[in-house]
Design a protein around this ligand. Structure first.
Ligand code: HEM
Length: 442
């Protein structure tokens, strides 16, 4: 649970680039922004997810945009771009519906595993938007899909850590079958004509799945696209919203300021429209700061697809180019950049949305919650909308939010002034190391 602190300390050398002495694999770690820029953009073709990652993760993410490189990746991205990169007006109504389900579940006065509920919220919204039939995990007793994705990730995180050896180990076969049978069911039951209303029929027909199916795209490619929006659109939204709530509870004065902005701008009984979300300047700063302090892909790895070099970070003074052999794994310490004191100042580790008061547009090469360049997040706009929408509705619905922790087998309310900060763990994404138990009250 200290991987982020470790990466930041380890990189505190001239050139901020180090070779990690691991047996059986070449590994370089860097948070030098010139090197990150090269990997993400100027030398984009030299680096990719690589064969080992694909062998391990295709059991969950198939041959989708999330696992492929080269032409296969480009083809996948082309299938998705028109739908995933834009927000349709109906997406707000969908997000409103699932936000209300979230509020309902949280209204029982009990502490909840916030990340789990927000994962369910996120998957319910993306399934509804991209193929018109929500997983409805927030309201259903059947959590088999959620459990299968989790079990799959838990096993594969270990396989990933073992790198080439991990690729030889089997994935969680039962979880694979559950996910595959879910995807088959989505395709089998997809029928816009049988919708209950004209609005629903049009929404399904013009969705990602409706559009690709109408173009005659093969079934296995359709499954690749569906799983990429489910996996891509789930964890990060939940992680960022969970960290935002956690930071708001720990900073009552910021929570108060945000509540004021939201309550002056929207009515709890009418859906929130795009202009209203756009108008919330402080909400934007809270989300920007949450994604800086708690980057959901805080460590991102690329494999060199050929012999190449990084522009800087080598030699005694850290300014020479660094030779990179094909197959070398290069770890980008993105969270580490976000905590660099030479970039963000002496208070780089402090959560302070006001740091964005005079500069509400982050610098491209020192702020990367969504990556940069050709492989940046396709769902960025939707992601930000979902996070903001959920926060607005939760803060409107509940006037009290408490953070609880387990002590002697019981959950007790935390004294936020005394409680040490939550650690971050590495598990596919970078996320809270412990369960974030929150209790909401009206
Ligand atoms: C706050 C929420 C989100 C964050 C912080 C986030 C962040 C990221 C990051 C860092 C990547 C690059 C991953 C890599 O290089 O391996 C990525 C890729 C991607 N994201 Fe997101 N994401 C979020 C939400 C979403 C949503 C809602 C969708 C919608 C379906 C989505 C779809 C994708 C897709 C399809 C890719 C793959 C792009 C490619 O490889 O070409 N993301 N995201």
């Amino acid at each position: 649970n200290t991987v982020l602190e470790w990466s930041n300390e380890t990189l505190n050398v001239p050139g901020r680039t180090v070779e990690l002495p691991l047996v059986g694999t070449n590994m370089i770690m860097t948070d030098n922004v010139d090197n990150i820029r090269a990997i993400m953009t100027t030398q984009f073709e030299h680096f990719g997810k690589g064969d080992t990652y694909r062998k391990i993760w295709s059991s969950l993410m198939r041959n989708s945009v999330l696992t492929t490189d080269g032409q296969a990746w480009q083809d996948n991205r082309n299938h998705l771009v028109a739908h995933v990169a834009k927000i349709r007006p109906t997406d707000y109504a969908v997000t409103e519906r699932h936000s209300q389900s979230l509020v309902k579940v949280l209204s029982d006065g009990q502490p909840h595993d916030t990340l789990d509920l927000l994962n369910r919220f996120a998957i319910d919204v993306v399934s509804d938007i991209f193929y018109g039939t929500s997983t409805n995990t927030l309201v259903s007793n059947d959590q088999s899909l959620r459990d299968a994705i989790q079990q799959h990730k838990d096993r594969n995180t270990w396989r990933n850590l073992l790198s080439g050896l991990g690729a030889l180990l089997p994935p969680n076969v039962k979880a694979c079958e559950t996910i595959d049978s879910y995807l088959d069911g989505v395709l089998r039951n997809f029928s816009p004509e049988q919708s209950e209303s004209l609005e629903e029929r049009d929404r399904k027909a013009s969705s990602l799945l409706g559009d690709l199916a109408a173009q005659g795209v093969a079934q296995s490619i359709l499954k690749d696209q569906i799983i990429s929006v489910i996996v891509g659109g789930r964890d990060s939204v939940a992680i960022i919203t969970t960290w935002a709530l956690y930071e708001l509870v720990r900073h009552p004065e910021i929570l108060h300021e945000l509540r004021k902005e939201i309550s002056a701008g929207i009515d709890p009984s009418t859906p929130i429209n795009p202009a209203q979300i756009e108008s919330f300047v402080f909400l934007n700063r809270v989300v920007l700061e949450t994604m800086r302090v708690h980057t959901s892909v805080g460590i991102n790895v690329r494999t060199a697809l050929r012999d190449t070099s990084l522009p800087t970070g080598g030699g005694a003074d850290g300014t020479s180019p660094v030779g990179i052999l094909a197959g070398t794994n290069v770890i980008m310490g993105l969270d580490s950049v976000h905590h660099r004191k030479d970039i963000y100042g002496p208070d780089a580790n402090v959560f302070d949305p006001h740091r964005w008061d005079s500069n509400s547009k982050p610098d491209t090469w020192t702020y990367y919650p969504f990556n940069r360049g050709p492989r940046s997040c396709l769902g960025k706009n939707l992601a930000i909308m979902k996070v903001k929408y959920a926060l607005c509705r939760l803060l409107q619905a509940f006037s009290v939010i408490e953070w609880l922790k387990k002590a002697d087998g019981k959950l007790v309310v935390v004294d936020v002034d005394k409680e040490p900060a939550m650690k971050t763990k590495m598990a596919f994404n970078t996320k809270p190391a412990d369960i974030v138990w929150l209790r909401f009250a009206k």
